[in-house]
Write a protein of this length. Structure first.
Length: 311
């Protein structure tokens, strides 16, 4: 069953990625401005601009450019950056580590905080503590991520001097130290969503018939919560967590801009502003592949936790 799921998802992956590449290609070419003019400079002669266009194939009709772009993708080639003049794949790998570390730290903060708040709220249903956690959840969802980042940087970096204002540092521990505030910024926006949904699932499971039957048999409440309530409430929230992780790249774009982190988000923004077509296309394609792989992993984990999903 698991192998069949992987095969089916891989079959769905090809047309989905083809659609993403096609739509992104057309949208990128609708962006105003000439990337060759930006690359060559304001004083470049028409001959120079024409030579650059010919070199990168930008003098061809858009249909021809699309054909060669899809052909290169099928061969694993995402093209070459117009600005950096290196392969897009190499450029993405150079900026991948800051974003990957930021996402890992955010997830490590998000999971325990969301579980703790959800369990606390569910065990104190309709009490002041439950209302306070729910209010925090609403506030966390409503407040913009960039505003949270600016406030944290102002308080803990500028005023208290506990953390760096911006940058990524050198070395693993220095990298982690620089990403404490950015990861907390992202987590503040994600924890409320997971906590609210997990709280609702926990309350639903606590009223289930099999939980009532376990209580009537004298099973300890802690065992009931860990073995029956929590595990069954976790499955529907895995799908939500997978979606959040997949779209976490969107949050990193804003946070990386606020804290000047040289990651994928910064690269995407600079590439859009610089009309670096192939980098924008390559990053979008990379995001699509990452999203589909994350959802596949979530489905596999759900099947391992719940044997009913294997049938």
């Amino acid at each position: 069953m698991i192998i069949q799921l992987i095969v089916d998802r891989l079959k769905q992956l090809i047309p989905a990625l083809l659609g993403v590449a096609l739509v992104t290609f057309l949208l990128v070419h609708l962006i105003p401005g000439d990337p060759v003019a930006l690359l060559a400079g304001d004083r470049a002669s028409p001959e120079t601009i024409a030579a650059v266009k010919t070199r990168y194939g930008l003098d061809q009709p858009i249909v021809v450019q699309l054909f060669y772009y899809l052909k290169n993708i099928a061969m694993g080639d995402l093209g070459q950056s117009l600005r950096f003049r290196i392969p897009v794949t190499e450029l993405i790998l150079q900026h991948l580590w800051p974003t990957a570390l930021l996402m890992i730290m955010t997830i490590l903060i998000t999971i325990p905080c969301a579980i703790f708040l959800a369990a606390l709220a569910a065990s104190h249903q309709d009490r002041p503590l439950d209302h306070a956690i729910r209010a925090f959840s609403v506030a966390g969802i409503a407040i913009p991520v960039f505003w949270i980042g600016i406030v944290l940087a102002r308080v803990f970096s500028v005023q208290l001097g506990w953390f760096p204002v911006a940058g990524f540092g050198e070395g693993l521990w220095d990298n982690v130290y620089h990403l404490v505030l950015p990861s907390i910024t992202l987590a503040v926006g994600i924890v409320p969503v997971l906590a609210r949904n997990l709280r609702a699932s926990l309350l639903e499971m606590m009223e289930a018939d099999f939980v009532t039957a376990a209580r009537s048999k004298g099973v300890p409440e802690s065992y009931i919560f860990k073995r029956h309530v929590f595990m069954n409430a976790l499955i529907p929230n895995l799908q939500l967590f997978g979606v959040i992780v997949a779209f976490l790249f969107g949050g990193t774009i804003v946070v990386e801009k606020v804290f000047a982190i040289p990651g994928i988000g910064q690269l995407l923004i600079s590439s859009i502003l610089g009309r670096d077509y192939y980098v924008v296309l390559g990053l979008t394609f990379f995001f699509a592949v990452f999203t589909m792989l994350v959802m596949l992993i979530v489905d596999l984990v759900s099947m391992l936790i719940d044997p009913r999903l294997r049938s």
